[in-house]
Design a binder for this molecule. Structure first.
Ligand code: ASP
Length: 589
């Protein structure tokens, strides 16, 4: 017996056909003699009817069948009587008058019901093979397959070559901790799993493979969050003889195609661009959510002229005073306003000073520290209207921005400003370096292979924190979904950056000797980008975590609960690798 087609695909147009279907038993119902089995495969459900009058033996066999058994059945496609039509089911107008039934396998009672809505994630991950049987996960992985195929086709159509790069490699400095793999043949030496194929794709440019891509697995040993996994997938791209706009254009066109063909959504083009400085000034974040505006406004210069000690002290110690207008916030109850203050504290603020706009004036118990003229100026600067609230934090700039960016998100939810929109934005003109207080030196904002802009390159030696990078991030709804840069294709440019990062020549030679060599043999100007495929799919599907779009993810502690990995290994395996374990405290579970 061979199945005619997928269970969920039959329709009224198949009436009269004799078909064979295979799959899992979703449910068995005995309705006064007739037995109904809902058969499920990855395309949906199909109702099979077993009538004792048609074949008592088959009917008796059907009565013995249980949920999640694997069966094959055949029979004629017949119309359901009008009162039994199920409009919620694509196959709901038909059923199969079953004539044969074969049980291909039985199933033990399941730890959870396949059709159950909300399940404990640990249970799901432990029995991932059952969890993946659920329609929700099947849709998710089918969507992933479709989206990945589309991305691949788009890139191939645009003359990109798909080239695989190794997993066993040398550590690439993407900023996270590496996963290490011990070498047996060279005891005491370790490979690192790639944090991204960054250096390989640059070498491919040197080799002339203009326009490379790879749907690449990347490995980063970081603390995990909802949108992070120790291994994740990037759409990795590199191009030669291009400028920033060329790379951004390819990504923009790819996103338009992806949303159009996988979601029937038109992404408005051109995707807007925001400089890093504007993003921080207006939204407090380099990944602003632009589904709503709620801009931030700095009033440090005005606050200086007040008598308000909290503001004055913050400014004296180098901080800023920055605020947000809350449209209609005057309607909030005392409790609601207290909750907003608590949100700012949760995000790290020492306080949140707010005024209500009533009768054309800023009113607050702290208004007495500001003279009338000053209040009027703040009112004007904040573009506040009657019935609004304006609130301020006084903190070091980074903290003020972080708090207000958090508050923007909270307010957008509270004021219901989000809706079902998608807001893409390119953030450009990042600084090349930032100062790392712990390391007490400059570190790369993206990675050390990013080129400075031509206008600011001269400052690398004299004023590195003022140097702008030819880097770009693509942000969707407040989440960074990708980023990249034009690279240092000249040895002297790359050496300057290494110098600014405080890397000693010897260290550079050890870690990046091969890169500098490659750059010295005719490297073309090049640049690229990487898109976080898991995150994009998560956002497209409205899923809560990237684990929902990955077939076999790790849990929050980096463990695969189904395979029980990581796990101890045999002593012999360690001995072959020349490894002896140090005494480690037993972990608490
Ligand atoms: N390799 C970079 C990353 O993984 C992206 C790029 O610059 O292309 O973040």
């Amino acid at each position: 017996m061979k199945r005619t087609g997928y269970a969920g695909t039959f329709r009224k147009t198949d009436l009269g056909r004799t078909i064979t279907v295979s799959g899992w038993v979703e449910s068995v119902r005995d309705h006064g003699g007739l037995i109904f089995i809902d058969l499920r495969d990855r395309t949906g459900l199909l109702q099979l009817v077993f009538d004792p009058a048609r074949d008592p033996k088959i009917h008796a066999e059907a009565a013995a069948v249980r949920s999640e058994w694997v069966i094959e059945a055949s029979g004629e496609v017949v119309a359901r009587s009008p009162e039994t039509v199920n409009p919620n089911l694509p196959t709901g107008e038909i059923e199969v008058a079953a004539r044969t039934l074969e049980v291909l396998n039985q199933s033990r009672a399941l730890p959870f019901q396949i059709s159950h809505g909300h399940l404990n994630e640990e249970v799901r991950l432990k029995h991932r093979f059952l969890d993946l049987r659920r329609p929700l996960m099947q849709n998710s992985l089918a969507f992933r397959s479709k989206a990945t195929a589309l991305i691949r086709n788009f890139l191939v159509e645009n003359d990109f070559l798909e080239i695989e790069t190794p997993f066993l490699t040398k550590s690439t400095p993407e900023g996270a901790r590496d996963f290490l793999v011990p070498s047996r043949l060279l005891p005491g030496n370790f490979y690192a799993l790639p944090q991204s194929p960054q250096l390989f794709k640059q070498l491919l440019m040197v080799a002339g493979y203009d326009r490379y891509f790879q749907i690449a697995r990347c490995f980063r040993d970081e603390d995990l969050r909802a949108d992070r996994q120790p291994e994740f997938t990037q759409v990795d791209v590199e191009m030669s003889f291009v400028e920033r706009e060329d790379v951004m254009d390819v990504v923009s066109r790819l996103l338009v195609r992806l949303y159009r063909e996988c979601q029937d959504v038109e992404v408005p083009t051109p995707i807007p661009t925001l400089s890093h400085a504007e993003a921080i000034a207006r939204y407090g974040s380099d990944k602003p959510d632009l589904r709503y505006d709620l801009p931030l406004t700095e009033i440090t210069d005005l606050a200086k002229a007040s008598q308000f000690g909290v503001f004055l002290r913050a400014i004296e110690s180098g901080g800023i005073v920055k605020g947000i207008r809350i449209p209609g916030g005057g309607k909030f109850s005392r409790k609601e306003l207290d909750e907003l203050v608590a949100e700012t504290q949760k995000a790290g603020a020492g306080g949140f000073a707010y005024f209500k706009i009533t009768e054309g004036k800023l009113a607050s118990n702290i208004a007495k520290y500001f003279d009338e003229g000053l209040l009027a100026k703040i009112h004007g600067r904040m573009a506040a209207e009657e019935g609004d609230v304006v609130g301020f934090v006084a903190e070091p700039a980074a903290a003020a921005n972080q708090v207000l960016a958090h508050l923007r998100g909270v307010l957008a939810e509270k004021l219901k400003l989000i809706g079902g929109k998608n807001a893409f934005v390119w953030v450009i003109d990042f600084p090349l370096f930032e100062y790392d207080d712990e390391a007490k030196r400059c570190v790369a904002v993206h990675h050390p292979f990013t080129a400075a802009t031509a206008e600011t390159r001269d400052l690398i030696r004299t004023d590195p924190l003022k140097v702008k990078a030819q880097a770009y991030d693509i942000v969707l709804n407040g989440t960074e979904i990708g980023g990249g840069s034009i690279r240092n294709h000249r040895v002297d440019w790359q050496e300057e950056v290494f110098d600014a990062l405080g890397l000693k020549r010897e260290e550079v030679g050890q870690k990046f000797g091969f890169l500098l060599q490659a750059l010295s043999f005719g490297a073309p100007p090049h640049g690229g980008v990487a898109l976080g495929l898991d995150r994009i799919l998560m956002l497209m599907l409205g899923a809560e975590s990237i684990r929902e779009v990955i077939a076999f993810p790790k849990n929050q502690r980096g463990a695969d609960l189904c395979f029980d990995a990581p796990s101890p290994v045999e002593d012999l395996q360690l001995r072959e690798l020349g490894i002896r374990l140090r005494e480690t405290k037993k972990s608490d579970g």
